[in-house]
Design a protein around this ligand. Structure first.
Ligand code: GDP
Length: 300
């Protein structure tokens, strides 16, 4: 049994590779929930839905958000009638979100996700990091404190980030147990600050990770993440924007770090932080790339 810590883009790509070569029923995925919020009257848990859709083979791989080949009739109609919808929610994707919102009236988020996973015939266990509500704010130099989604979508991630703030929450009931039962914990190439830190900052998580075999894949090649604002968030939080910063963030519990072959020159410096540096292709374009990286992560 393995546990994977995930956000909603880099790690789901790796999950596509892992599920090809590892029994799905033995995979637990702990998913970041700090960005969850209500939009257009529905509960949006974007990272959880991306992980659900990844296992159900219906993920939109262009955006790593929503369902592939979805339509946007409701979204467009909302805009036509004067409700400017911030998130571009597809029609089928909205059905998932309506179901989640309704289930949440009588169930915890963990139970809700379990019901949805079952209805999608997913055998892996998808575990929200917390059942509690949380908040994440991006403090920018130009516009002050912004809601995470406003920063990312309305303002397109522009401006200088001074600080990233999120609430502390309690773990969901299965989080600790899942890590304890696993022979290996995999931290996928997700945004270390907004996707992984919220999970590892939960009380008790770092301590159990110290006793476990933990391997992480860096989301950086050179000085830039493969996509998204991880660089800005890393420097705002006082870390180098490269695999060096990633190694530092995970230093207290990480056993092995996988970096890209283009970063071979970082190996010596990285080994001062973590002696076990594995070099391979980490840029996942094809399914073959994903399976190859999955093999490295599972076998090393
Ligand atoms: P979010 O929840 O949408 O922010 O997504 P994640 O936190 O799961 O993933 C974002 C990170 O994925 C970014 O920092 C990217 O650099 C990383 N990423 C995306 N594609 C790849 C890839 O093919 N390889 C690696 N190594 N990282 C990737």
């Amino acid at each position: 049994m393995i546990t994977i810590l995930s956000g909603g883009t880099g790690t789901p790509k790796l999950i596509q590779g892992i599920k090809e070569i590892y029994p799905e029923e033995e995979i637990n995925v702990i998913v970041n929930t700090v960005e969850n919020d209500y939009f257009s009257g529905v509960y949006v848990a974007a990272d959880i839905d991306t992980v659900l859709y990844t296992f159900a083979n219906i993920i939109n791989e262009e955006y790593w958000y929503g369902i592939k080949d979805d339509t946007f009739i409701t979204h467009e109609r909302l805009n036509e009638i004067g409700y400017g919808e911030l998130l571009r929610i597809g029609d089928k994707d909205r059905a998932t979100k309506i179901q989640k919102t309704e289930l949440l009236k009588n169930h915890s988020l963990s139970e809700t996700v379990e019901i949805q996973a079952k209805s999608l015939r997913i055998k892996a266990q998808i575990i929200p990091m917390s059942d509690e509500d949380s908040e994440i704010k991006i403090i920018t130099k130009e516009k002050g404190e912004l809601d995470f989604h406003d920063f990312l979508i309305k303002y397109q991630g522009e401006g200088e980030v001074l600080e990233v703030k999120y609430s502390n929450v309690n773990p969901s009931p299965k989080l600790i147990e899942s890590i304890k039962k696993s022979e290996k914990v995999i931290i996928g190439p997700s945004n270390p600050i907004t996707s992984i830190m919220p999970i590892i900052s939960i009380k008790g998580v770092k301590e159990i990770l110290e006793d476990k075999e933990v391997i992480a894949v860096s989301p950086f090649i050179g000085n830039a993440p493969i996509s998204g604002p991880a660089g800005k968030f890393m420097s705002a939080s006082g870390y180098e924007t490269s695999s060096i910063g990633v190694a530092k963030i995970y230093e207290s519990f990480l056993d092995k770090l996988v970096i890209d072959e283009k970063d071979e020159d970082l190996k010596e410096k990285l080994q001062e932080i973590n002696p076990n540096i594995i070099i391979t292709n980490t840029f996942m374009k094809s399914l073959e790339d994903k399976v190859n990286l999955a093999r490295v992560v599972l076998e090393k």
